[in-house]
Design a protein around this ligand. Structure first.
Ligand SMILES: [Zn+2]
Length: 254
């Protein structure tokens, strides 16, 4: 990367010394992109990992240098191939940072469970992790320390696929419930990926090339309050569970 431009100091709040971010990136070659849960990890030569998190409303864009910039472009990293990476984030809940291996472990990966898409635990392992937990399964699915990468939309979609109420205490789910739920998580995430993710009406999320994802029109429950369930015809409800909107069908989820 040949140039690093951070326009909002807040984007560097997770960097132990904010001034180091640009120094750690500049003139360093990108080895590969990885992801763990909701964290985008760019592995750079010299054991530096450049981390990006989108927060609630951030999006990443990767475009040729000179492409018209959207408002709220808070971070721009220019590559030597004439393209640039941008973090566009109106609400600035996202962040970027560049970590040494021990910082990465301490500040990011050490707090994350296995990745929900690439490394989804076996059912028995999920049962062990949920054993004795009284919190609603919806809240537990969002706990990134248990399984990393399931957000609000995909938690609701997974539970609907599995016909499980979001209110059920996690520790009370049977092995059979968890087997179905595991399949629901996998299929929901895979479907989301296949359709390019969920761009809602605010278009906060877009693909890196600027196109909208098409999964929103295929959502079974999320955002469909008072609309009929596509499986049973029942009415979709919206409940707030631990401060998060939760959409579900009381007629086919229990
Ligand atoms: Zn239903």
């Amino acid at each position: 990367m040949v140039a690093v431009d951070v326009r909002r100091d807040r984007m560097l709040r997770r960097q132990p010394r904010p001034s180091e971010f640009a120094d750690r990136l500049r003139n360093r070659r990108l080895e590969r992109w990885e992801r763990h849960g909701k964290f985008l990890l760019a592995r750079l030569v010299g054991d530096i990992t450049w981390v990006t998190h989108l927060g609630m409303s951030g999006r990443v864009s990767h475009v040729p240098v000179g492409t018209v910039e959207p408002a709220h472009t808070n971070v721009v990293v220019t590559f030597d191939d004439g393209t640039e990476f941008r973090l566009v984030d109106p609400r600035t809940f996202g962040f970027v940072s560049a970590y040494l291996p021990e910082e990465l472990e301490m500040l990011v990966t050490g707090h994350l469970g296995p990745d929900a898409l690439d490394d989804l635990p076996r059912t028995a392992r999920i049962a062990e992790a949920l054993s004795g937990r009284t919190a609603p399964i919806k809240a537990l699915l969002l706990d990134q320390a248990l399984i990393a990468g399931v957000g609000n939309i995909y938690a609701d979609e997974s539970l609907h696929r599995a016909r499980i109420s979001p209110h059920r205490p996690g520790g009370r789910l049977s092995i059979d419930d968890l087997k179905v739920l595991r399949g629901g998580i996998k299929r929901s995430l895979e479907a989301g990926l296949r359709w390019g993710g969920t761009s809602l009406d605010d278009l906060a999320y877009l693909l890196p090339d600027g196109r909208a994802g098409e999964f929103a029109s295929r959502l079974a429950v999320y955002g469909r309050e008072d609309e009929p369930c596509r499986r049973c015809g029942g009415m979709i409800h919206r409940d707030v569970i631990r401060q998060r909107s939760s959409f579900w069908c009381p007629q086919c989820q229990s």
